[in-house]
Design a protein around this ligand. Structure first.
Ligand SMILES: CC(=O)SCCNC(=O)CCNC(=O)[C@H](O)C(C)(C)COP(=O)(O)OP(=O)(O)OC[C@H]1O[C@@H](n2cnc3c(N)ncnc32)[C@H](O)[C@@H]1OP(=O)(O)O
Ligand SMILES: O=C([O-])CC(=O)C(=O)O
Length: 387
């Protein structure tokens, strides 16, 4: 039987200038720059500019970009009213997908040229945090908090959610988290966004499809599942039996494994350090439990399947966000707050790539393995003759 590239693994479907992964060395590059240099030296806003415009901004460009983002943070009051009609226990990813899609109903959808697309990108990047924070307030019976123009992107989100300005250390930790999640080549949600954009659908439509793809537990949804796992385990002494039992039943351990990295995910390394640092302060057990999940999964994988496995970006973000008092079902929406930058950059590249080969409508081929009655097809029976 012909072997197929299940899940399109290893198939190159388009050129991109936006990011690159070296899966063997564990390196992630945004527009030529190592992610580790960006986390040390840049802010999320600078990183977003880099991903969108293919260069690091100078001071003037950054100021202009920041002020466009700040101006675009507001969402229509009517949208917040509509959120009030949702079930309070609705999944925040469902809410986010619906309200990102709804942006098209409030804003001009001009998307036929590159400049207009950048405006849409800024609108989206600025409004996604406000949508998430508004929902967090509204579902708890609280008034949404207006954006604060004196705060950067990361701090403003935390402020809109908690109603208090974060201290500078927390702000920087969260900013680094946003930098780390902003892009990752043709991951499932970005590929979804590009595929929708390849039909010439507009940006909000492509982004809301990407949110749907991100929500699944094999992709961005894993960070929420990791926290559920940590809470279920609850005690470092229970990690080994828990992991052994799950893996012997064939279950996957969330936050472990990656389709591209054959070594440590560089983002997981940074998040691990940040989570460890926070745990020293808060004295909570979640970092230690996560580390034990990591080592136990690695040794179980080795003994059960003689295979290597490493943490991915979703393993240590879970404990980190938990220690920042973020409700665990917001872990994946927070991923979206950052990844929306990558989606927007890829949507623009998909639609307006200048160099050949230009992207085309994605349309893969399927192998038909269904009913076959011969070259003429099956004999059709009318309803009254069917048994
Ligand atoms: C932001 C992100 O999207 S990062 C990924 C987030 N997702 C998760 O953390 C979910 C858990 N991880 C996984 O399911 C996988 O590692 C994936 C889907 C991320 C990548 O999978 P791939 O490397 O392509 O491997 P694939 O799904 O083909 O699995 C290969 C083998 O490793 C096993 N395996 C892979 N990941 C795990 C895991 N986390 N726990 C246990 N076993 C695993 C699979 O069961 C499979 O075993 P088999 O060959 O005996 O059936
Ligand atoms: O690249 C992938 O397949 C998944 C991932 O790590 C991401 O989207 O950040």
């Amino acid at each position: 039987m012909e072997t197929k590239n299940i899940g399109l693994r290893g198939i190159e479907v388009a050129d991109t200038r936006i990011s690159n992964i070296d899966g063997e060395k564990g390196k992630l590059i945004y527009r030529g720059f190592d992610i580790l240099d960006l986390t040390k030296n840049s802010t999320f806003e600078e990183t977003a500019y880099l991903l969108l415009y293919d260069q690091l901004p100078n001071k003037l460009q950054l100021d202009e970009f920041n002020s466009k983002l700040v101006d675009a943070r507001y969402i229509p009051k009517q949208m917040q009213k509509n959120m009030g009609n949702w079930r309070k226990d609705a999944d925040p990813m469902d809410m986010l997908q619906a309200f990102v899609s709804a942006l098209a109903g409030y804003y001009d959808e001009e998307f036929s040229n590159k400049d207009a697309s950048y405006d849409k990108a800024i609108n989206l990047i600025a409004k996604v945090p406000t949508i998430v924070a508004s929902w967090q307030r509204i579902r708890n019976g609280l008034e949404p908090v207006e954006p604060d123009s004196s705060l950067g992107h990361a701090a403003n989100f935390l402020y809109m959610m908690f109603g208090e300005k974060p201290d500078p250390e927390v702000e920087r930790i969260f900013d680094v988290c946003l930098i780390l999640h902003a892009d990752h080549t043709f991951n499932a949600s970005t590929f979804t966004a590009r595929q929708v954009a390849s039909t010439r659908a507009h940006m909000y439509s492509a982004a809301s499809a990407a949110i749907g793809a991100l929500s699944g537990e094999l992709h961005g949804g894993a960070n929420t599942e990791v926290m559920k796992m940590l809470l279920e385990i609850g005690d470092i002494n229970k990690v080994e039996p828990w992991i052994k039992e799950k893996m012997s039943e064939g279950d996957r351990i969330m936050g472990m494994g990656h389709a591209v990295y054959k070594t440590y995910d560089p983002r997981a390394q940074v998040l691990k350090e940040l989570s460890c640092k926070l745990a020293e302060k808060t004295k909570e057990p979640w970092f230690d439990i996560t580390e034990k999940v990591e080592t136990t999964t690695i040794s179980e994988m080795k003994s059960q399947k003689d295979r290597d496995i490493y943490p991915n970006v979703d393993l240590y973000s879970a404990s980190l966000y938990y220690m920042l008092k973020i409700p665990m079902d917001l872990n994946t929406p927070i991923f979206a707050i950052s990844r929306v930058v990558g989606w927007a950059a890829h949507i623009i590249e998909e639609k307006f790539a200048e160099a050949a080969p230009k992207p085309a409508l994605y349309r893969p081929k399927a192998t038909y393995v269904g009913k076959y009655c011969g070259p003429e097809g099956c004999e059709y029976q009318t309803l009254d003759l069917r048994k």
